[in-house]
Ligand binder design. Structure first.
Ligand code: PMP
Length: 430
């Protein structure tokens, strides 16, 4: 009798097939398609604390945490209660609501540079709008960004961008006009001299930077880099923009601005300030924000901007972030850093961990990663194998070398031990 061959189609595989027929790559954001690591992305059906569960019932320790917003973990009771209470009163009004004031007061208190702000619905919108404001305020066109930094997918900011753009090896995106591309200059991250030269050569509206880069993996600024950008901006009349979409309320309550002591002119926020719902914000001095409609001529608007559910989730999340919370995020980050570094050493694998607080990246390279080129020197095939091996062991890592692992207050010491144990065995296997 011939053997009976049974093909097992999992629920994940079935969902992926249906999704691919409906959406490019089956996803709503490209990196989720797992192209850089191979295999199929799990379809997540629920999350609680540090864990998520997929459509086949597999459970993972989640080190993506929705790419940053979930600093309190999945479905934190205080955040859920705030969302439910607001939902029962209505989800959107298209009119001013008290929730916007509550969230704006918390942000301006934590970030003195932000005297006034405008809420939008994503980090992309925040960065896109901040450029429009900077161009209007300076009456200049050009902007300078750093290779490997990602500021969302507005046309002007897609040159040499990090995150998914780096993951897919796209130098720039198709569909951006040459005219737009001409107004975006790029230099290497941590290249303070290059930034100064660029700013002296062409009048810049803005120098926009991730103060701690998170979109080519975790790359801290070298000592003096951000201070030098401040000086260059002052010398040349450009506005300095810190894109704190990842770092805001994560590396400190006052973000990188608090941690580094360097004061930008404008700040972009997103992720944590929305507590897991769609939010972005940009802000700065009263004088600069007075350019924004209706006070000034810079038009920018949104049907769902300042959405009440998002404001409620943001307020509930920020209210969890006291001194003890930041001490915990640092401790859990340090424990994972040391555990992963030791696991790589024991396995005889060339790798280094770079970390700032609860953001970290295990780079498969022996050299310090200080810019996009050094990040690209990592062994991407080894990262992909590591990612797959970790997924099989119940650990969900960001599916690209050029991303940070995100930890949350929900990650326990036991979670860290489990991740390190999985890494020790995965690194030996690859
Ligand atoms: N800026 C930075 C620093 C980011 O990391 C991101 C997204 N990861 C964005 C902007 C864009 O935010 P969003 O995905 O909400 O549009």
């Amino acid at each position: 009798m011939a053997p009976c061959l049974v093909t097992v189609t999992t629920r994940n595989t079935e969902l992926l097939g249906r999704a691919r027929a409906l959406m490019p790559g089956g996803v709503s954001s490209p990196v989720r398609a797992f192209r850089a690591v191979g295999g199929e992305p799990p379809f997540i059906v629920e999350g609680s604390g540090s864990r998520v569960r997929d459509a086949d019932g597999n459970e993972y320790i989640d080190l993506i945490c929705s790419w940053g917003p979930l600093v309190a973990g999945h479905a934190h009771p205080a955040v859920v209660a705030a969302i439910v209470a607001q939902a029962q009163r209505g989800t959107t009004f298209g009119m001013p609501t008290p929730g916007e004031i509550a969230l704006a007061e918390r942000i301006t208190l934590a970030m003195p540079v932000v005297e006034m702000l405008r809420f939008v619905s994503s980090g992309t919108e925040a960065a896109m709008s901040v450029l429009r404001l900077a161009r209007a305020a300076t009456k200049r066109d050009a902007v300078l960004k750093f290779a490997g930094c990602y500021h969302g997918h507005a046309d002007a900011l897609l040159a040499k961008a990090g995150s998914g753009v780096a993951t897919f090896g796209l130098p720039d995106s198709a569909g951006v006009t040459p005219g737009t591309a001409r107004d975006t200059l790029t230099v290497a991250y941590n290249d303070a001299d290059g930034a100064r030269r660029a700013a002296r050569e062409r009048p810049l509206a803005a120098i926009i930077v991730e103060p701690y880069a998170g979109n080519m993996g975790c790359v801290p600024p070298e000592p003096g880099f951000l201070g030098s950008l401040r000086e260059t901006a002052d010398e040349t009349g450009a506005l300095l923009v810190f894109d704190e979409v990842i770092t805001g309320f994560r590396v400190a309550r006052g973000g990188a601005t608090e941690r580094t002591g360097v004061r930008p002119d404008l700040v972009c926020l997103g992720k944590i300030v929305g507590g897991g719902l769609p939010v972005g914000a940009y802000g700065g001095s009263r004088a600069l924000m007075a350019h924004v409609a209706p006070l000034g001529p810079v038009y920018q608007a949104g049907t769902l901007s300042g959405n009440p559910l998002a404001m409620a989730a943001g307020v509930a999340t920020l209210d969890l972030l006291d001194g003890a919370a930041y001490a915990r995020l640092e401790a859990v980050g340090a424990a994972l850093e040391h555990g992963l570094a030791a696991a790589a050493r024991d396995a005889g694998i060339t790798a280094r961990v770079q970390r700032i607080g609860s953001l970290l990246t295990l780079f498969f390279t022996d050299r310090p990663v200080r810019d996009e080129d050094s990040a690209r020197a990592s062994d991407l095939a080894r990262f992909a194998a590591f990612h797959r091996a970790m997924l099989r062991r119940g650990v969900l890592l960001p599916p690209s070398q050029f991303e940070c692992l995100f930890l949350s207050l929900a990650h326990t010491d036991a979670d860290v031990d489990s991740v390190v144990g999985a890494a020790a065995s995965a690194l030996k296997e690859i």
